[in-house]
Ligand binder design. Sequence first.
Ligand SMILES: NC(=O)c1ccc[n+]([C@@H]2O[C@H](COP(=O)([O-])OP(=O)(O)OC[C@H]3O[C@@H](n4cnc5c(N)ncnc54)[C@H](O)[C@@H]3O)[C@@H](O)[C@H]2O)c1
Ligand SMILES: [Mg+2]
Length: 353
Amino acid sequence: MSLRHEYLFELKEDDEACRKAQQTGAFYLFHDLDPLLQASGHRYLVPRLSRAVTILIRTSTTSSGFNLSSRGENRPAIIELRLEGLLGKFGQDSQRIEDSVLIGCSNQQEAWFALDLGLKSASSARASLPRSEMGAELGGSFIKLRQAVFQLNSADSSLLFTDYKNSRPSTCCLAEGSLEPPSPQYWGYRRLHPEMAPVVITLVSDGARCLLARQSSFPKGLYSALAGFCDIAFAGESVEEAVQREVAEEVGLEVENIQYSASQHWPFPNSSLMIACHATVKPGHTEIQVNLKELEAAAWFGLDEVATALRRKGSFAQQQGEASPLLLPPKLAIAHHMIKKWVEKQSGSSLAA
Ligand SMILES: NC(=O)c1ccc[n+]([C@@H]2O[C@H](COP(=O)([O-])OP(=O)(O)OC[C@H]3O[C@@H](n4cnc5c(N)ncnc54)[C@H](O)[C@@H]3O)[C@@H](O)[C@H]2O)c1
Ligand SMILES: [Mg+2]
């Protein structure tokens, strides 16, 4: 077992170890499930807080109260984020930190916790804290993850993708006020009924081109692989059956040579396990019939066009301003990696990470 897994196992099993880990661990703040984010140019940063030890974060925004130093209008200010001090400002004591949920740990054995400041509870000790004031105090704001997903760095976002939403205690359990708060690791890991929907995502190829599609809700210019929920309730499908059905339903094509590639947890719309597969169309069967109830458009794209779109640098918003029509999903999405893998296979060379 790796050190990380060993440590995580200890945290899950041992309440005391978990509470101790809160002294040195990193906290990610949420308000009613929405993460605290800091705008930085075209991107969002995901601030981390320590319980009492100072963490310095560079930010382009200013924050009241937590400024250690401000180095002129156009230079980033450095803000100090300390959970205990922050809670104190809003009339909360460090007990509130006990509400944190263990959501993971780093390879360096730093435990990660999520703390939701918007939890509604009958107990005044755990009242929902004011959302915009707290955001402002931290030089950021609580933003719906879905709105920010294309502007997050993949390194930052991976943590938010640990499904905190699914792992927090039910609000009714807290509202009753009669229950002892469960231990942190109980909330994070010992859920009895995790709800996760399997979704297949398929990159279809005809040997020379790959098939990409867009929904009207996607950002302008963005094309991705075909995705769809497995029909577990009605049809009890296998992954292979779901791939064949979804591709047939969405673009009217029959696929074969279905190869599993990778998987990813995806927090939208609730909590999904994305199962990525590559598949090919039957020879000569390449005519697309777009199901306009599900998709806005679908088309075959050649290697050069896809490789060029993959190589493009800059944030999503910056790329949208450019002339080229094709935008691909960002690195944090499994679709990006499937497309990259396809380009590498077609061109026989590996691309930069
Ligand atoms: N991470 C990635 O790279 C990536 C890329 C593309 C899509 N996705 C995700 O894949 C998911 C599925 O794609 P889609 O929207 O094309 O699916 P879809 O083609 O199955 O169509 C969506 C419809 O499926 C139905 N549905 C069936 N089971 C459902 C469930 N458990 N939860 C919600 N709706 C359910 C609903 O009626 C919904 O309108 C989306 O959540 C999307 O965010 C992720
Ligand atoms: Mg779909």
